[in-house]
Design a protein around this ligand. Structure first.
Ligand code: UD1
Length: 354
C-alpha cells in the first residue's frame, strides 16, 4: 500500500510526524509532498528536523499568494505528482489551502482520499479554514475525526460512511515532546530572564485579527496591559501587519519573540502561567499541558476546552486582559482528545480499508 501525504503549513507538519512514524512502523510506503505554503525555515524545516519526519519526496515550492492563486498553483502541480507516484490513497491534514488543493485533485483523479482532523467546525464561514474543512470532508472517502463532537458534525451534514473516531494525533506528538523536554528549563528563562510560572505565551496570526489595524492595535494594547509578562511569538503575518500599521509589539508588559521550534514551544507553554492565542492547535496544547488558555476569537472548534473550564473566548480589551490573569481552573482528568495513540488508530483503519 502506498500512502501519499500532502502538507504545507506549520500545524500540518506536527500532525504528519506521528502518522509518518506509525506508517513506517507498519511497513506502509509513505510518500510526503510539501506544497511550500510555509517556506521560512522556522515554519517548516525545523519541524522535519526536530520531529524526525522523513524528507519530502516532492517539494512544490508554491509559496504565498491570494487564496485562489495559492490553491490553484498547488492543484496545477499536484496532478503531475499524483500521476507520477500512483498512490493507493491520498492523506490530507487539517484545514489549510494545501489541504483543499490536495483533496480536490485526489477527488478529480478518482484516488481514494482520507482526511485527518475531519469534522471540525467553527460555523464561521468568514474563516478560510472553514471552507477548506467543509469542502475537504465532503470530498473524502475516509474521515478520521479526533472527537465525538467531530463525528456528530459530520453526521449533521449527512456524512456517516467512512467516519472513524481516532483521537487526536496532536496529542500523540505533544505527549512525546512533553516527556522529552520535561527536565529542561523554559527557553525564556535564560534568554528573557523570565522565571517559570511568571509569564504568558501569546500567538496571534489569523487574518481576522491581524488584517484590520484597529482590531490588531486593540489586541496588542490589551496584551501589553496584562498584569504579568507576555511573550508574543511573532508569526510572519503578524510582524508584517504590525510594521505596516506602525504598531509596536513591545509595549507595556508585552515583548515580541521570534517563532520557536516545536519542542521549545512545548517547553515554553509547560512552564508558563497561561496562553493567549488565536491558534486552533495551541488552545488544545495548552489544555493537554493543563495551562489555562485565553482565545481571542468569537468561537472555537475545540469546544471541549471551553466546556471543561480551561479555555475562555474573549474580545480584545478588558475581557482579554482580565481573563489572562484569572485563577487556575479546577483540575480534570478528562481526555477528549485521546490518550496519545491516535496515529496507531489511523493506520489500523487505513489497513482495514485497503
Ligand atoms: C496558514 C493556514 C492556517 C494555519 C496557519 C498556521 C490557510 C488558509 N491558513 O495561515 O489555517 O493556522 O497557516 O501558521 O491555509 N509567510 C511568510 N513565510 C512563510 C509563510 C507565510 O512570511 O513561510 C507570510 C506571507 O506574508 C504570507 C502570510 O505569511 O502571505 C500568510 O501565510 P499563509 O500561508 O497564506 O497563511 P497563514 O496565515 O500562515
Amino acid at each position: 500500500m502506498r500512502v501519499l501525504s500532502v502538507v504545507g503549513a506549520r500545524p500540518q507538519f506536527v500532525k504528519l510526524a506521528p502518522i509518518d512514524k506509525a506508517l513506517r512502523r507498519a511497513g506502509i510506503e509513505h510518500v510526503i509532498v510539501h506544497t511550500g505554503q510555509h517556506y521560512d525555515p522556522m515554519l517548516s524545516d525545523v519541524f522535519f528536523r526536530d520531529l524526525g519526519i522523513s524528507a519530502p519526496a516532492e517539494h512544490l515550492g508554491i509559496g504565498s499568494g491570494s487564496h485562489g492563486k495559492q490553491t490553484g498553483a498547488m492543484m496545477g502541480a499536484l496532478d503531475g505528482v499524483y500521476a507520477k507516484h500512483q498512490p493507493d490513497l491520498v492523506l490530507v491534514y487539517g484545514d489549510t489551502n494545501s489541504t483543499l488543493a490536495a483533496a480536490i485533485c485526489a477527488a478529480k483523479m478518482h484516488i481514494p482520499l482520507a482526511h485527518l482532523e475531519a469534522g471540525l467546525r467553527s460555523f464561521n464561514r468568514r474563516m478560510p479554514e472553514e471552507h477548506n474543512r467543509v469542502l475537504t470532508d465532503h470530498a473524502s472517502d475516509m474521515l478520521f475525526t479526533p472527537t465525538t463532537v467531530g463525528a456528530q458534525h459530520l453526521a449533521n451534514e449527512g456524512i456517516t460512511e467512512g467516519v472513524v473516531i481516532t483521537g487526536d494525533v496532536m496529542t500523540d506528538v505533544l505527549y512525546e515532546t512533553r516527556d522529552m523536554v520535561a527536565g529542561a528549563p523554559s527557553p525564556f528563562k535564560d534568554s528573557l530572564g523570565l522565571a517559570d510560572g511568571s509569564y504568558s505565551v501569546a500567538t496571534i496570526h489569523r487574518a481576522e485579527n491581524t488584517d484590520d489595524p484597529e482590531r490588531l492595535s486593540e489586541i496588542i494594547e490589551s496584551l501589553g496591559r496584562v498584569d504579568h509578562p507576555v511573550v508574543v511569538l511573532a508569526h510572519p503575518r503578524l510582524l508584517a501587519k504590525a510594521e505596516d500599521f506602525g504598531i509596536s509589539l513591545n509595549q507595556g508588559n508585552l515583548q515580541a519573540h521570534a517563532s520557536v521550534s516545536y519542542p521549545e514551544l512545548v517547553s515554553a507553554v509547560l512552564h508558563s502561567r497561561g496562553v493567549i492565542t488565536d491558534s486552533g492547535g495551541l488552545q488544545k496544547e495548552a489544555f493537554l499541558l493543563r495551562v489555562p488558555c485565553t482565545t481571542v476569537r468569537p468561537e472555537t472548534e475545540w469546544v471541549e476546552t471551553v466546556e471543561l473550564g480551561w479555555n475562555i473566548l474573549v474580545e480584545p480589551g478588558k475581557a482579554l486582559t482580565e481573563a489572562a490573569s484569572r485563577p487556575h481552573p479546577a483540575a480534570t482528568d478528562a481526555e477528549p482528545y485521546g490518550d496519545g495513540h491516535a496515529a496507531q488508530a489511523v493506520v489500523a483503519a487505513l489497513l482495514a480499508h485497503s
